[in-house]
Ligand binder design. Structure first.
Ligand SMILES: *Cc1c(COP(=O)(O)O)cnc(C)c1O
Length: 381
């Protein structure tokens, strides 16, 4: 099976992990801070706080923005469930903003309309989580303008988008958001096996995320409620979690970061080749905006004929091609239906789901494999 995504691990990555294994610290050592600083530098942002996975980062991002019971969070229905689960972890309520059919990104017109209605009903969201689907940024300038007008905070779910750019600047610089989250799961652009990171320019948010990632425990005297009892002393000042990233994971990430630009460039080469080879077929691929450089985490095609969707998917799979669907709309998951969502709530997302298929795309996909995928697809449709 040709996988839809796959990590690329080189000898330098292995050596970096082995060096940590032979060192004094497997966790809570010096490499984590090096990785965090390297990500912050790459993204041109003041702070980066790593965690055990991006789901944990999203959870802590919501907590840092004080999302709690009675608050409302909005995200995109075309995403992985973690984008909305993070709000539910905080006892907030969740709602979705429909997507643009041809990009799968949160639609800013739908967002504006929904905000105007919500304002009339006194139900404005506290936080909105736009998702940079497949590695293409949402229209962040417009979303940030709406945030000022309607007074909400922004967490970018950029799990797909490290190495991508919006208006020439690195995703993760938080120019148009409060916090940006990346995932380092093996199918994503760079990997730490499991891992995530949150970037921000706001020192108070970075500090809160760091505190909550390690039990809510501080060793800084200035954050304590009383005089230190001695050099052993620590205080728990909030209810945190153990969401730390280990030194092994951080070392892998730090090493992978050296090849991030190379990976993204190669992903763009593969995507361009798909685009050219599939140009005359009865299908399109996700529209790309001129002011955005995608990291191409995914290459998603949209069939002209939704009736062929399941057949094309199954036949590609039978041919040994690891196709996938990104995503089943979150609001159609049984857990979310139990919260009151139903089919028809977000029509563009549902139409998107019925026509979209993710083709394999990763830096080591060979030309031969790609030609095989293209010819199978052409034969089927
Ligand atoms: C992968 C992913 C996540 C979760 O990342 P983990 O690191 O696996 O927790 C969240 N949101 C989106 C859009 C993702 O693709």
């Amino acid at each position: 099976m040709i996988p839809y995504g796959r990590q690329d691990i080189c000898q330098a990555d292995i050596d970096a992990v082995v060096t940590v294994l032979k060192s004094d610290f497997l966790t809570q050592g010096p490499v984590l801070a090096q990785f965090e600083q390297a990500i912050a530098k790459y993204c041109n942002v003041d702070y980066a706080v790593a965690t055990s996975n991006a789901t944990a980062s999203l959870h802590l991002a919501c907590l840092a923005l004080e999302v709690s019971k009675g608050d409302i969070v909005w995200t995109s229905p075309i995403s992985f469930v973690a984008s909305s689960n993070c709000a539910l972890y905080c006892d907030a309520s969740i709602d979705f903003v429909d997507v643009e059919f041809d990009t799968g990104l949160m639609c800013v017109n739908a967002l504006k309309k929904k905000l105007i209605e919500a304002k009339l009903q006194n139900k404005l969201p506290k936080v909105i989580i736009p998702v940079h689907l497949a590695g293409q940024s949402c229209d962040m300038a417009t979303i940030a303008d709406l945030a000022k007008e309607f007074d909400f905070k922004i967490i970018e779910d950029a799990s797909h988008a490290i190495g991508a750019k919006y208006q020439e600047s690195a995703i993760g610089n938080c120019q148009y958001s409060d916090i940006c989250v990346f995932s380092f799961h093996p199918v994503k652009i760079i990997t730490t096996a499991e891992g995530g990171i949150a970037t921000t320019n706001q020192p108070s948010l970075a500090k809160k995320i760091k505190l909550l990632s390690s039990h809510g425990i501080t060793r800084s005297p200035e954050d304590m409620t009383e005089e230190s009892h001695g050099s052993w002393y620590y205080q728990q000042i909030a209810l945190g979690f153990n969401y730390r990233m280990s030194e092994l994971h951080a070392a892998l990430g730090l090493s992978q970061l050296n090849r991030l630009d190379e990976f993204v460039n190669q992903r763009n080469v593969v995507a361009k080749r798909y685009t050219e080879k599939l140009a005359k077929q009865p299908l399109t691929h996700l529209k790309q905006y001129d002011d955005r450089y995608s990291s191409y985490h995914l290459f998603i095609i949209q069939l002209d004929n939704s009736k062929q969707h399941a057949k094309v998917f199954e036949q590609l799979k039978q041919a040994g091609i690891g196709v996938n669907i990104h995503y089943i709309p979150i609001h159609l998951q049984p857990y979310y239906k139990n919260l009151g969502f139903e089919a028809g709530d977000f029509p563009n997302a549902e139409k998107y789901y019925q026509q979209s298929i993710t083709l394999p795309l990763h830096p080591n996909l060979t030309i031969k494999e790609q030609d095989f995928i293209v010819s199978c697809l052409k034969n089927i449709i």
